[in-house]
Ligand binder design. Structure first.
Ligand code: SF4
Ligand code: SF4
Length: 91
């Protein structure tokens, strides 16, 4: 599936609380020079701003990549509460 198409076909219902949490910001800052999450996340959820990782969780596609993609296992990932999170429209 083309990711642009997927983005077009989805809408997001935001939860108030992030289902994605950086466990230790110091690890991102000092140990992870490459900031892999800013590259592998198709939703562009992770943005490195100066000295801190910002998590725009509303854009998450729930692809699950960040659970395996962070080499420091530094992202806590939970499924959003029922009814929230990504919703796929029926074409
Ligand atoms: Fe932090 Fe993991 Fe992202 Fe690296 S890949 S910046 S350790 S969350
Ligand atoms: Fe990005 Fe996928 Fe992780 Fe969501 S689950 S933050 S879309 S890598």
């Amino acid at each position: 599936v083309d990711i642009e198409e997927l983005q077009y076909l989805t809408r997001f219902v935001s939860d108030k609380e992030s289902h994605l949490v950086i466990k230790d910001h110091d690890i991102c800052k000092t140990k992870c020079k490459e900031k892999y999450c800013t590259v592998f996340c198709p939703g562009e959820v992770y943005k490195w701003e100066g000295d801190r990782m910002f998590v725009g969780f509303e854009g998450c596609h729930e692809c699950g990549s960040c659970r395996i993609g962070c080499p420091f296992n530094n992202i806590e990932w939970r499924y959003p509460k029922g009814g929230l999170g990504v919703v796929f429209r029926l074409a």
